[in-house]
Write a protein that binds this ligand. Structure first.
Ligand code: GRF
Length: 208
């Protein structure tokens, strides 16, 4: 990925509350990276208001306003390209991106997932892990490919789960980890430290 003197331009996609977006705005925006666009599939998502408050262009791309998912994603990709983003960060973006969208940002879309992948991919990851009775869980930041939470892992951080620990406590801890790990991954990518392993494209290599 090219890098100049300017902070690395990124787009963030979010469907909901946007606490991860807020962590990015508070910790990397205007420093190692610049958030140049915030998109959502949900008009009125609180994440869009957070972007507006930070003076970042924000736009909703609801499915109902487009012929189909491919058309919605093409419009969203076009807007993100116009804004000049070199990385697309999924921060609680709940719609699956189409192959057409991903093809326009090769190895340049990352996601944060509240479990230690490849365990508990998909929806309700925290609930799935707790229902399973895990003793350790955590957060994964990974590149997005066409599967569900299957792309190359960038960073992971684990946390112990105490016996009979209430779900809310685990969730709170995972959120706090996400708010550190996602900005950390963005910083690493912004300085060009993360690449796909040429010997094994399922893995990433991170330079010291
Ligand atoms: C996070 O838990 C993230 O792992 C998941 O969606 C949630 C988004 O939370 N993909 P928020 O909107 O950033 O508060």
């Amino acid at each position: 990925m090219p890098r100049g003197g300017d902070p690395f331009p990124i787009a963030v996609l979010a469907s909901g509350t946007g606490t991860n977006l807020q962590a990015i705005l508070d910790s990397v925006h205007g420093r190692e990276a610049t958030v140049v666009a915030v998109g959502s599939d949900v008009p009125g998502a609180p994440a869009l208001a957070r972007a507006q408050r930070a003076g970042v262009p924000a736009r909703a791309f609801p499915l109902g306003e487009h012929a189909d998912r491919a058309a919605r994603d093409a419009a969203m990709a076009g807007w993100i390209e116009e804004r000049g983003a070199l990385l697309v960060v999924l921060a609680g973006y709940m719609a699956l991106l189409t192959p057409g969208f991903l093809a326009r940002f090769p190895h340049a879309v990352i996601n944060v997932h509240p479990a230690l992948l490849p365990a508990f991919p998909g929806l309700r990851a925290v609930e799935q892990a707790l229902e399973h009775g895990v003793r350790v869980t955590g957060v994964t930041v990974h590149f997005v490919d066409e599967g569900v939470d299957t792309g190359p892992i960038v960073l992971q951080r684990a946390t112990d789960v105490a016996s009979a620990e209430p779900a809310e406590r685990v969730l709170e801890r995972l959120h706090a980890i996400e708010h550190e790990l996602l900005p950390e991954a963005i910083r690493l990518i912004a300085r060009g430290a993360v690449r796909i392993d040429p010997a094994d494209p399922r893995r990433t290599l991170i330079d010291g």
